[in-house]
Design a protein. Structure first.
Length: 134
């Protein structure tokens, strides 16, 4: 039987009051956990940001967004571990729509191809000899 692999995205906020080393350790702990149980595609560390509202009298947190692929059972386990860890202030895991991902990737490739063609045309135009009209 074929394994089902889905695409997911998670955002988690780490308590920044514990210091930079603790934040980096927590981020590497969870990105490592994701990599062990799936394929980690992208990690965007947004850094320290002001929260929309204080959580336990804390007004800043360290934001991390990770995109990954895994089997459907793993996101529930990831959310469970997020809830256990006291350094995680908030977290969410969402399943990404494969059709929208494919459409976005195709649009990104088309844009890159158009930019490459425009750059090549500009380079060819710059190399063409200038004609003097007398």
């Amino acid at each position: 039987m074929e394994k089902i692999i889905n695409s997911y995205e998670t955002l988690f906020i780490v308590n920044a009051e514990n210091g930079d080393e603790a934040v980096k350790a927590t981020v590497s702990k969870f990105t490592g956990l994701i990599a062990e149980n799936g394929t980690l595609e992208e990690v965007n560390e947004w850094g320290k940001r002001r929260l929309a509202y204080p959580i336990d009298d804390i007004s800043e947190g360290y934001y991390v967004v990770a995109t990954f692929k895994s089997e459907p059972e793993f996101p529930a386990e990831l959310e469970r571990v997020f809830n256990i860890d006291e350094s995680i202030m908030r977290s969410v895991v969402i399943k990404l729509d494969e059709k929208k991902l494919a459409k976005a990737a195709a649009a990104k490739e088309a844009k890159a191809a158009a930019e490459a063609a425009a750059a090549a045309a500009a380079a060819a135009e710059a190399e063409a000899p200038a004609t003097d009209a007398e």
